[in-house]
Design a protein around this ligand. Structure first.
Ligand SMILES: Cc1ncc(COP(=O)(O)O)c(C=O)c1O
Length: 453
């Protein structure tokens, strides 16, 4: 019988996260203080994050021990299986072997608790009582709600209004884990009130929700802010995915030709791929591809520039591919991919040509997701459908080239709570959507005159 799942035992779980910073072939540009234009100092971030996480953010150590209390919680669903998608392979009928890391097996249903758990833990250890955050699709908000509950912290989540309306079950999950969920933009913060006074019907965006959550956290000395993607420490925590996958491939004596993930802020993509990027930097041949939405094409059509991580311009200036902090993406169903920027680590790797990026229209992504659901059974999250579309394209390429390929991708989450999105697709209500050059030029006006990396 052919092996479909490669399983690691509990005692084979990686004990350290991998930090790519010391392995980067060229140094990354530092985040800048918007007031002084100088690199930010750890102290500048102290009102926003606990110092133990700030230390991880700037760490130059290659390997960072995972605390026992975090490992104990990881074991609730990790190590996750590496699966071979035999049925999908048959359907595509191309010369490819397709493996995927199933990150949909966590309680909230995605990769997000891989960082929610350590972030809650480090805040608790630092003496913080409440965490404030934003959420797009609701996956991050629900993961942090669960993690905060596990470590006895209060949690407040600003949820992008369009997702709040589209996904009531995510809000209910957050309430079940004891968190407070507020649609953003809200009356709760100055940033929210400013947006609402300009546009009372604003669908919200991740950039706006981040501004609200930061403002809320900074105004309470017992609270800190937490971000579910983009930052170095978030990507660090997510490397548990790729480190497990690496061991699982060793077990079966295989190695991927292509490693892929969908990219919103870049955390699940980086989490799977960074250990393979490390191999690539050290001479191994492997393609590494990030899939993003055509309606929010940060990596494929944005410039590499300094920009704020949020709409109200409260974060440091980050060196990243961006569509401008004022950009409000179309209300596509892949709420977790609607972010104007991209993780500086992922941006740097794209700029250096180590990672490639591709953009996919939502019709192509749902078509691929449906093929997946109808062959492998599991219903993917709309975000995950982007990487499945990329797998379909890669398989097609392999057929045209007549080359055999081993593909590895991250199945970042399930779509059981995203069924209205499938319903919209199946009833023909989804339309193709891509940005025009004019829209991009307009959005980028917000970063004119900023320092250049
Ligand atoms: C299932 C799923 N995949 C992917 C993403 C995108 O985030 P990131 O790029 O940080 O992995 C999200 C974000 O909400 C998500 O919920």
């Amino acid at each position: 019988m052919e092996q479909v799942k490669v399983i690691l035992a509990d005692n084979e779980i990686p004990r350290q996260w991998y930090n790519i910073l010391p392995d980067m072939p060229t140094p990354m540009h530092p985040p800048l203080h918007p007031g002084t234009g100088k690199p930010v100092e750890p102290q500048d971030l102290a009102a926003v994050f606990p110092m133990n996480l700030i230390e991880q953010e700037v760490s130059t150590q290659s390997w960072i021990d995972i605390p026992e209390a975090v490992l104990e919680k990881y074991l609730l669903w990790r190590p996750t299986p590496l699966c071979r998608a035999r049925n999908f392979e048959k359907l595509l009928d191309a010369p490819v072997k397709i493996y995927y890391k199933n990150e949909g097996v966590s309680a909230p249903g995605s990769h997000k608790p891989n960082t929610a758990i350590p972030q809650a833990y480090y805040n608790k250890v630092f003496g913080i009582r409440r965490i404030s955050t934003e959420t797009g699709a609701g996956q991050w908000g629900s993961a942090l709600s669960m993690a905060c509950r596990m470590f006895g912290l209060q949690c407040r989540v600003f949820m992008v209004r369009i997702s709040y309306d589209q996904k009531p079950y995510r809000r209910m999950m957050m309430s079940t884990w004891g968190a407070e969920c507020i649609p953003s933009p809200s009356d709760f913060t100055r940033a929210g009130r400013r947006i609402l006074s300009d546009d009372p019907e604003s669908p919200g965006s991740l950039g706006i929700a981040i501004s609200e959550a930061i403002e809320d956290a900074v105004g309470d000395e017992n609270a800190r802010y937490s971000l579910g993607s983009v930052l170095n420490h978030v990507l660090l925590h997510q490397t548990i995915i790729g480190l497990e996958a690496h061991r699982q491939f060793e077990k079966i004596g295989e190695y991927p030709d292509v490693v892929m993930g969908c990219a919103g802020g870049g955390s699940n993509f980086a989490g799977l791929s960074l250990p393979f990027v490390r191999d690539k930097i050290h001479g191994r041949e492997v393609s590494i591809i990030a899939a993003e939405p055509a309606s929010c094409p940060t990596l494929t059509r944005g410039p590499f520039a300094y920009d704020f991580g949020d709409t109200a311009m409260t974060t440091p200036l980050l060196p990243m591919y961006t569509l401008g902090h004022g950009f409000i993406p179309a209300s596509i169903h892949a709420g977790g991919l609607r972010y104007h920027g991209m993780a500086p680590i992922v941006s740097h790797l794209v700029k250096e040509g180590i990672v490639q990026a591709q953009a996919y229209d939502q019709i192509e992504t749902f078509t691929a997701g449906l093929k997946w659901a109808q062959s492998e059974g599991f219903i993917p999250a709309p975000e995950t459908n982007h990487v499945i579309a990329a797998v379909v394209r890669e398989a097609e390429l392999a057929r045209q080239e007549g080359k055999e390929k081993v593909i590895l991708f991250n199945w970042s989450g399930h779509g059981i709570i995203d069924l209205p999105a499938y319903d919209a697709f199946l009833s023909g209500k989804l339309t193709q959507h891509a940005l025009t050059d004019e829209e991009i030029r307009e959005a980028l006006k917000s970063i004119e005159g900023y320092p250049k990396p």
